[in-house]
Design a protein around this ligand. Sequence first.
Ligand code: FES
Length: 319
Amino acid sequence: MSSPADMLTLRVTRHDKIADGIHLFEFRAPDNGPLPDFTAGAHIAITLPNGLIRKYSLCNDPAERDRYQIAVKREPNNRGGSVTMIDDIKVGDTLPVASPVNDFGLPPRATDFLFIAGGIGITPMMAMIRQVQAAGKRFRLFYCSRSPETTAFRDILAAPELKDFVTIHYDGGDPSHSLDLKPILAERQNREHLYCCGPRPLMEAVRAMTDHWSPTAVHFEAFSEAETHKASDKPFKVRLARSGDVIDVPTSKTILEALREHGLEVPSSCETGTCGTCRTKLLAGVPDHRDLVLAEHEKADTIMICVSRAQTDEITIDR
Ligand code: FES
């Protein structure tokens, strides 16, 4: 789990469109001095002028000490963070930014990496490939995108030192033309660590095809918790086995939120069902798993309470 972030005030020094609907932002200290360092996979949390706080993966080289770069995809249907960033934030603005936190870091002793990115999920991978290459390690990157026009960082990935390790797959927006992941994931080559970031269906497909990989070698990062909510969600009850308390979980809340409102201290980190911190023993009832952490054989008696819900009216957990 990462440590809490310090708050910084940073100046926007670059805001450029780098692909259709995707904009690159650069932040520096007002005195251009060094910033808190970061490792590949880290994100910063930006407080927008309208009060929204949004997390964005850093995409520049972690060796750079004087700037943070992020790429933002304009998502008009989401809750407004990306639209505010792209439409309202200008070069010269200053914004409160929490220093980098990393829930998606690379294990220092691993030597081989398989990166699978979908769309704007490429952002953490851009920092990762730079860190991996600087350390003399190896990677393969598969980058799924709709078309060349919507593909950020195409020019960088075509550089001579990178292009042999990069496959960009265009599906034209047609799921039937998606990248065939089966041959890529059939075997874990050279004890690779797999990192996947992209739309939920891509991550779910990768999760389903890696049950035979070591769970510690497969890592996901989700864009937002909102992707796990469904219109068909129903309220249910959670029984706490140790106290006997029964807690209501309405459709508007996760189990984690309901437990905290009940006064329980519950550890969490990503709150998107990807890091494993909130793993909880399930004692009774039928869960509705929505995480990307659990292997098939774990699903009968374990639940990730930051995203998963219940199929039955009540579940019992070991708390
Ligand atoms: Fe990360 Fe629940 S807090 S999986």
